[in-house]
Design a protein around this ligand. Sequence first.
Ligand SMILES: *Cc1c(COP(=O)(O)O)cnc(C)c1O
Length: 439
Amino acid sequence: MAYHDAKILERARSLIEAQPSRRLIQLEVLAAVRRNEQWRGRECLNLLAPEAPTSPTVRALLASEVGTRAAEGHIGPEGRWFAGTRYIDEIEALCVELLKRLFRCRYADHRLVAGMIGNLAVYSALTRPGDVIMSLPQPAGGHSSNRSNGPAGVRGLRIFDIPLDASGLAIDLDTFAQEADRVRPTLVVLGSTMTLFPRPVKELAQVVGPWGGRVYYDGAHELGLIAGDQFPHPLKEGAVVLTGSTGKTLSGPQGGVIVWDDDALTPALSEAIFPTLAATHQVNRVAALAAAAAEFLEFGKDYMAQVVANSRALARGLSDRGLAVLGAEKGFTRTHQVIVDVTRQGGGHNSAARLERAGIIVNKNLIPKDRVEEWDRPSGIRIGTTEVTRYGMKEAEMDRIGEWMAGVLNGTRDPDSVAADVRHLRAEFPRIGFCFDVN
Ligand SMILES: *Cc1c(COP(=O)(O)O)cnc(C)c1O
């Protein structure tokens, strides 16, 4: 198993050694950032499901002075270790209150530097080592957060699979009820990296309720769809905690949030966040998150409705051109994601590489028929429409993109010629929408 690519590190070392001055070495860093900005930022169609472009205001806040300040602890003079935080208190209070409005909930926390850390906070607050949890297996979209090789494993939990139906996309409720009764989970974890349709939160909560089991929803991907009212709200359906990544569909800075309603959970969750898992919590990120939350309150509903309309249009376009899009019998998707089985097109790795040559960025993805041991050679690709939607593209553009993707994947179009079409389309949509900025 390889970790960092030795050749790429070697190239960086020779660049550093070849430069006569440190200043020129710094310029090498800036140049690589600019190359990425030009290629990924201006010339590609970024269809990676976890990505979203931030508004100019949000992006500027990430570089603000407040990002150099230290502010551990809770909001207010009593809860801080450091003096000098009076304006930081204002920023953080605005962030918390905006998040509470956005998620229509009683409590929200803004201090998690990643969704993954939010999940660890939930496990430290709501479980003890040795407890049983049930979560989705990786080929059905289960994230390492909730499996043995992530925070759930680090907490020493015993992890059982949530059983799925024959399609692998939906939970088999009868088998779940039997299995849950046998293993008696403390927590059932929903939410996944591959999310096409809502999950039966209410039904699962009813099954595990009798022995005090609870449902926890890791909404990393769906967070924006939930805030924008395009996806069922897990807390309203019986989940006790919702975590998520703020840089995915929510389209804010990368980071994590955690929201809940029940007073009784507040001490354990608050202490798991501070002092257990967050110290300096990046106040520039918090300011950017507050600004993104204000945007989302104003524009989130329209933005997310178009995201879902676009993913459905793209799925239809791919399916009509002969690709095996998952979820066809249920209208393909109700989220920002489209999942395609590309076994016949050479597999996920190969397909993503060919699309990259065409300037179309997607990721290889496990699909339910894959075995987890073959994680590096999956049969699927995952596509997301958040970014192209924020740039103003609609169903007509999705159809063109679907045609190009199908052409590249089926071998009827040369990726380099598609790359030119992609650049032209991207240039027609230069502005970031669903925000207050004129750009
Ligand atoms: C992306 C993702 C995470 C991790 O979130 P980060 O913010 O990247 O740390 C956790 N759970 C699920 C289901 C995810 O898709």
